[in-house]
Design a protein around this ligand. Structure first.
Ligand SMILES: [Zn+2]
Ligand SMILES: [Zn+2]
Length: 345
C-alpha cells in the first residue's frame, strides 16, 4: 500500500499518492482499444507527402522529417498587434510567435515508437535546428516542442507529428522549472535535475532504461500513472548542445521507453510528450537540464485519468497508482515493438 504525499521538486507542489484506492468500483467512460490499421499513405491527409494542405500549399515529396508552418496557428505573425486595453487590473498582450508542424516520417501510419533509432536521431537533430533557429529570433522567449498522440488527447490528424510553439512568453511549467533550478543551483551548487537522476538511480525501482549517456524513468513524484521522463546524463539547458553520442543514446532511451508503453496493452499508447528546454530570453540557465516528459492520460487500457476536484478544483494531483508498481509493469515489457513481432510471424 502506498498512501502518502510526495513532493514534486520541479513544480514545488505535493502529489497525493493514494494507491490503496485503485480497485474501487468504477463505472466510467472507456477508450477504444485499437482502431483499425491505418494505411501508409492517405490521399486526403494534409500531412502526407505531395498532398495539398488546407492553406493551398503543397507538401514536398519528403523522405524523412518535414517541417512547415502550422496552417491553424495558435500564435502567429498575423495575430493582431493593436489591442484594446482592458479595464482595471486586467492586461493583455499580442499572441505573436511562430507555430510549426514536424512530420516524423512520410509514412502516415508510423508512430514515434515505431521509428528506428537512426530516424529518431534525425528527428532530434531537427529539434536542435528548430530550437536554435527560432530561439535566436527577436521576441521569441521560449520554444515549446510537443506531441499530442491519440484521440483521447484530441489529435486532429493521426499522421505522426509534433508541434512547435515559439512564443513571446514562457510557458508556465518551464518558467517554474527554470526558477526552481536556478534557486537550487544558487543554494547547493548543484543541478536540481541531476539530484533527481541521482536519487532515481540510487533507488533503482523506477528506472526503465539506461545507457552510457541517457536514462529513462518513471519519477518518484509522478502525477500520472505512466508519467515518464527521458534525460541525458550530462546537463544541457536544451537539446541544442548535445553531442552526436548523446543524441544517439537519448534516441535509444526514448525508443526503448515508447516501445514498452505500446507493448503494455498492445496498443499505440496515447500521451502528451513535451521537450522541457530552457527559455530563449537571453538569460543564462546553467541549472536547467533538458528532458522529455511523457504524460499518458490512461490509467488502465480503457480508463482515462480524469482531472477533477483535487486537480481542477484544488490544483494538486491525486494519483491512484504507486509509481514503483507502474515502473515495474514497464520494466517487465519486451523492448521489441509488438507490431514488429507480429509481422515477423
Ligand atoms: Zn498522412
Ligand atoms: Zn520538466
Amino acid at each position: 500500500m502506498t498512501w502518502e504525499q510526495r513532493w514534486h521538486p520541479l513544480r514545488e507542489e505535493w502529489v497525493i499518492v493514494a494507491a490503496h484506492r485503485q480497485d474501487r468500483p468504477w463505472i466510467g467512460e472507456t477508450v477504444d482499444r485499437e482502431s483499425t490499421a491505418l494505411p501508409d499513405y492517405l490521399l486526403d491527409c494534409y500531412f502526407c507527402p505531395g498532398n495539398i494542405r488546407i492553406s493551398g500549399a503543397r507538401n514536398e515529396n519528403y523522405t524523412s522529417t518535414f517541417v512547415f508552418d502550422n496552417d491553424h496557428p495558435c500564435v502567429g505573425a498575423d495575430a493582431p498587434s493593436q489591442l484594446e486595453t482592458p479595464v482595471g487590473i486586467f492586461k493583455n498582450s499580442a499572441a505573436s510567435g511562430v507555430a510549426r508542424i514536424v512530420c516524423y516520417s512520410p509514412r502516415h501510419n508510423l508512430t514515434l515508437a515505431e521509428l528506428d533509432v537512426t530516424e529518431i536521431e534525425k528527428l532530434l537533430t531537427v529539434w536542435q535546428e528548430q530550437y536554435v533557429e527560432l530561439g535566436n529570433r527577436n521576441g521569441i522567449n521560449h520554444v515549446l516542442i510537443f506531441e499530442n498522440k491519440g484521440d483521447v488527447v484530441g489529435v486532429s490528424n493521426p499522421h505522426p507529428h509534433c508541434q512547435i510553439y515559439a512564443t513571446n512568453f514562457i510557458f508556465k511549467s518551464i518558467e517554474n522549472e527554470a526558477r526552481v533550478s536556478q534557486k537550487h543551483l544558487a543554494e547547493t551548487g548543484r543541478v536540481l535535475f541531476q539530484d533527481i537522476i541521482a536519487a532515481e538511480l540510487e533507488d533503482g525501482r523506477r528506472i526503465i532504461f539506461e545507457n552510457d549517456t541517457a536514462v529513462a524513468f518513471l519519477p518518484y513524484f509522478a502525477r500520472y500513472a505512466y508519467e515518464t521522463y527521458v534525460a541525458p546524463r550530462r546537463s544541457h539547458a536544451s537539446v541544442a548542445t548535445m553531442t552526436s553520442d548523446e543524441i544517439r543514446g537519448f534516441a535509444e532511451a526514448l525508443k526503448n521507453l515508447l516501445v514498452r508503453l505500446d507493448n503494455l496493452w498492445r496498443m499505440s499508447f496515447p500521451y502528451v510528450l513535451a521537450l522541457h528546454q530552457a527559455p530563449t530570453d537571453g538569460v543564462r540557465y546553467d541549472g536547467f537540464h533538458f528532458h522529455i516528459e511523457i504524460h499518458p492520460p490512461l490509467r488502465r487500457p480503457n480508463l482515462l485519468k480524469y482531472l477533477a476536484g483535487p486537480e481542477i478544483g484544488g490544483g494538486n494531483f491525486l494519483s491512484d497508482t504507486a509509481p514503483e508498481e507502474k515502473a515495474a509493469e514497464l520494466r517487465s515489457q519486451s523492448d521489441t515493438h509488438y507490431k514488429t513481432v507480429m509481422s515477423d510471424k
